[in-house]
Design a protein around this ligand. Structure first.
Ligand code: PHB
Ligand code: FE
Length: 327
């Protein structure tokens, strides 16, 4: 047991399949060979355990992200940056009408430690929740070891920019071989000739080469930061494991290949749009929707985030619009 388990996390002894059951507030979590089961006072839910672990991995690694992380149309979390709502059916019109929805607000460290413990206990040695389905083994079956190295991967968060002295390093063959789908991506690096005195402040790198070496999917890295303006490039393959309900506008720049986005109303799940993005396309996702991406081949996407902590309040109170720009 980790220190966190002893202090806050409520877990059973391993069940007959080798997995622990968990309790967080009025929510209960258990898994068997194929499924994750969630119960709350007014209902219950099941998800394929591979999909559950992929969503859980991102919720944990992103510290509950911006706004809402829907694991599917029923279960998920809303980040209030210090506390987190954990909900079932809250953003599902049918559950709401039937009054089966349920939500609880918990301190971020408690849900963080509980979700981390579930992720570590339920992920078998063969499964990597961040990898594309083609590049990981199975999530299923009875308890079979652990994949601690994979589930504790740290998200890249550059303070200024990848490649600057003391900041997130560039990637090379030793740690990050070029992905099978990006074998044709040029690996040359720009030559930077800084004036004396500016060596630590002038930098440049080949973003395509950097992304071609990503070993994970659907995991935006902060590759550069200018005040609240964060460039978060990522490589995508198969399906974004969460349906993201944002609390602010975010921009997408499609750098390679193609992604289809299913866009729904954030609160009800009603279908609003399908956006097909091809290389060079730019789009902005409004702040009142939720979205999930589908990438038939590994593709490169630049997600541009505005990390201003005032935005959720400004938008929720109507002082800032839910759309990005007036023409
Ligand atoms: C998003 O929700 O906007 C998002 C999340 C993960 C990605 C790309 C986009 O890899
Ligand atoms: Fe998003």
């Amino acid at each position: 047991m980790t220190v966190a388990d002893q202090h806050a996390v409520s877990a059973s002894e391993p069940n007959t399949l080798g997995y622990r059951d968990y309790t967080l507030g009025e929510f209960q979590f258990r898994r068997d060979e194929y499924f994750a089961y969630i119960t709350w006072p007014t209902g219950s839910h099941m998800m394929s355990v591979d999909a559950f672990l992929r969503a859980l991995q991102r919720d944990v690694a992103w510290d509950f992200f911006y706004g809402t992380v829907n694991f599917d149309g029923v279960f998920g979390t809303v980040n209030h940056y210090g506390t987190v709502d954990i909900f079932a059916g809250r953003y599902n019109e049918a559950y709401r009408k039937a009054e089966l929805d349920y939500s609880e607000n918990v301190e971020t460290p408690l849900i963080g430690e509980t979700f981390t413990s579930i992720l570590e206990d339920w992920t078998n040695e063969t499964f990597d929740p961040f990898a594309s389905p083609h590049e990981t083994g199975s999530a299923f079956g009875v308890k079979n070891g652990a994949n601690t190295r994979a589930v504790r991967r740290e998200r890249v968060t550059a303070k200024r920019m990848v490649g600057l002295p003391g900041d997130a390093p560039l990637r090379g063959d030793d740690t990050h071989p070029v992905n099978r789908m990006f074998a044709d991506v040029a690996q040359d690096e720009p030559v930077v000739e800084a004036e004396p005195g500016f060596e630590g402040g002038v930098s440049s790198f080949n973003l395509f080469a950097y992304l071609s070496r990503s070993d994970v999917t659907w995991n935006p890295s902060v590759a550069s930061a200018c005040k609240d303006s964060l460039f978060c490039p990522t490589t995508e393959e198969y399906i974004l494991p969460i349906i993201h309900g944002n609390d602010r506008v975010e921009w997408f720049v499609q750098l390679s290949d193609e992604i289809t986005w299913e866009v729904e109303d954030r609160d009800t799940g009603a279908v609003r749009a399908r956006v097909v993005m091809k290389p060079g396309d730019v789009c902005a996702m409004p702040a009142d929707i939720r979205h999930q991406g589908y990438a038939p081949k590994r593709s490169m996407l630049l997600v541009w985030e505005n990390a201003n902590p005032d935005l959720p309040d400004l938008i929720a109170s109507g002082r800032t619009p839910t759309y990005p720009i007036d023409f």
